[in-house]
Design a protein around this ligand. Structure first.
Ligand SMILES: NC(=O)c1ccc[n+]([C@@H]2O[C@H](COP(=O)([O-])OP(=O)(O)OC[C@H]3O[C@@H](n4cnc5c(N)ncnc54)[C@H](OP(=O)(O)O)[C@@H]3O)[C@@H](O)[C@H]2O)c1
Length: 384
């Protein structure tokens, strides 16, 4: 490993990507930036390139290539565009790739990054849901370390005693409960886009914020935890913890619970992944133990939020069901954000897709992406 950690960021213009850049900027002695990638936000990508001076920038939206090229022409920064280049850039050898694209769009770059990166820090949970076996097999084959960034999985990673794996009674994922935790089922039927985007504790990108309102985020996290920690779903529980201070727990057979706590600030798990196996100082929020609210815990209301039980069914049914669950949700959330469907329709569309899809088992990358595309096309027909 070179003196400074060489970092690549997939999805630098998103909420996670911006936080990662913020942390890196505070430690120029620790990190050098190899590449950053964006989807469509060319102005922010240009601003990031000028501030952080990566060696390469990639924009997925090819129509903005010329603008990007002209803006960065005076500087020693190589400029690329298109989906293929986002995958190709991950062939640059780095010490750590931060996978922070949203959705299954991040799957191909993630798989390639596992080949060329010493470690991959994963925020982008959808590829693990759609292709968990493949992602974990690639990490093993190419000897790449996977470091979870999702706060719950990062918490579990910090307290998971691999040498005592057989003594783990269960993993407990905590959930804030989202903006509709105390709403009635009837009230939720009329939730607006603004209501759903109003998360009580976390400031995140739009897709995961809607996923938190439906609790689909927790369902995706259950599947993510199953693959990351190789635990059966019946040893993974979810508990509502509205204060978002305990980020998750591991219960051992001797009755000990090991938990990780901290403020609701993604810079803490991100810093953990960036500095791993060391730790580093961050400018993130701190927990003040003396002024902390009372910690409370509740059961999930499965009637109001059916997605968690659906995720368990998907894990039992296999990869095809997990791909369907995720793809239907991605299409539905996009349609909700664009005002095309109501909030309750998100869950209905996922259920309908699962009922109507021929749930085949697929394992290689092209077959997974093809299957994902088929589900998306099908769900679009339910919306039109
Ligand atoms: N935000 C959080 O606190 C948080 C916490 C835990 C886990 N996560 C997970 O981390 C991932 C990112 O979340 P986020 O909240 O940071 O999302 P976000 O703010 O929406 O950012 C998504 C990033 O992906 C890029 N992108 C979108 N579509 C793309 C495509 N087709 N090809 C290439 N790049 C594309 C976006 O580019 P443009 O903006 O330039 O279009 C942006 O850089 C998600 O999987 C989420 O579940 C997030």
């Amino acid at each position: 490993m070179s003196e400074k950690k060489r970092i690549g960021i997939l999805g630098s213009t998103g909420s996670i990507g911006c936080n990662a850049l913020d942390l890196i900027a505070h430690h120029p002695e620790k990190f050098s930036l190899e590449y950053i990638t964006a989807g469509k936000n060319c102005d922010l990508l240009i601003a990031q390139a000028l501030t952080h001076r990566p060696k390469h920038v990639v924009i997925q939206d090819e129509t903005q290539f010329q603008k990007l090229k002209e803006a960065l022409a005076p500087y020693d920064i190589k400029v690329h565009a298109g989906n293929e280049m986002i995958v190709a850039i991950t062939s640059h050898e780095v010490d750590l790739t931060v996978a922070a694209i949203v959705g299954v769009a991040g799957l191909r770059p993630m798989i390639n990054a596992l080949k060329y990166s010493q470690a991959v820090a994963i925020a982008n949970k959808e590829p693990l849901v759609a292709a968990g076996d493949l992602v974990m097999a690639c990490a093993k084959k190419y000897n790449a370390k996977i470091l979870p960034i999702d706060s719950e999985h990062n918490a579990i990673f910090q307290v998971f005693e691999e040498h005592n794996r057989a003594s783990i009674a269960r993993l407990v994922l905590t959930a804030s409960g989202g903006p509709f935790r105390v709403w009635t089922k009837d009230h939720i039927q009329n939730a607006t886009r603004e209501d759903a985007l109003n998360h009580p504790n976390w400031k995140m990108g739009p897709k995961i914020t809607i996923d938190s309102a439906t609790l689909v985020n927790k369902a995706l996290e259950l599947i993510e935890a199953h693959y990351l920690f190789q635990m059966p779903h019946d040893k993974i529980d979810v508990v509502i913890h509205p204060q978002s201070i305990i980020h998750s727990l591991v219960e051992y057979e001797d009755g000990s619970y090991l938990a990780q706590m901290g403020a609701a600030d993604m810079r803490t798990p991100l810093a953990y992944a960036l500095a791993w196996p060391q730790r580093m100082q961050t400018s993130g929020q701190r927990l003040d133990l003396l002024r902390m609210p009372t910690l409370s815990f509740e059961d999930v209301d499965h009637e109001k939020f059916p997605s968690l039980n659906l995720a368990r069914e998907c894990l039992k049914a296999g990869q095809g069901a997990c791909i369907t669950f995720n793809a239907a949700n991605e299409v539905a959330v996009d349609a909700f954000l664009k005002g095309k469907i109501t909030f309750p329709m998100i869950s209905h569309l996922i259920e309908k897709a699962l009922q109507n899809q021929n749930l085949m088992q697929v394992s290689d990358l092209d077959a997974i992406l093809e299957y994902d595309k088929t589900v998306r096309t099908q769900v679009q027909t339910y919306i039109m």
